[in-house]
Design a protein around this ligand. Sequence first.
Ligand code: HEC
Ligand code: HEC
Length: 142
Amino acid sequence: MRRSVLVVMALAVIVFVTLAFSRKDEPWKNLKVLPKDITQKQMDSVMDHFSVALNVDCGFCHVEKNGDMDFALDDNKHKLVARDMMNMTNEINDKYFDYTGAKRTITTQLMVTCYTCHNGQKMPAVQKTEEIKKSIGPWKGN
Ligand code: HEC
Ligand code: HEC
């Protein structure tokens, strides 16, 4: 009797472990640009890049639900802008910086990234600052 209980428990553990591992690579619910099989480590790296490039934290683009961050929700307009920006950045790289002709993957080093334009700012500078205008002297063009 005791033995069969042990066997059932062992089986339950095996089923649980198998389920846990088979879910490992696809916990994502709402990806429209990133590859659906992106790993947790790659996802962390992409999201860290976004945050550092714009000098914001996760909550700038993501929202909470019932006290926890729900990263799959699209209820923050910055997330929607970010998705457009991802498509734009991919297009720029594919069109103008495709040196090898190789298919772009999640590990390809892109020449133009969020950081290229944003450089640690939410809104990239589109004109010279007053400080730079002063430092370049008499020419006052934009
Ligand atoms: C500049 C905006 C921005 C910032 C900052 C940002 N994210 Fe995201 N995040 C996105 C976008 C856009 C997507 C959806 C990508 C897609 O559709 O392929 C996303 C998707 C995700 C997902 C996948 C959700 C799912 O299941 O579909 C996770 C997890 C996530 N982000 C975590 C984070 C974490 C953690 C941080 C902070 C370190 C962070 N994000 C910072 C824009 C952002
Ligand atoms: C070619 C330059 C360029 C690149 C590359 C770029 N951005 Fe942007 N981004 C801009 C400009 C310019 C604006 C301001 C647009 C405006 O004022 O309407 C902006 C605005 C944004 C905003 C809105 C900020 C706000 O305060 O509402 C988000 C979010 C954003 N970008 C995310 C990203 C992410 C994420 C990436 C990389 C996937 C990226 N951007 C790559 C130029 C760029």
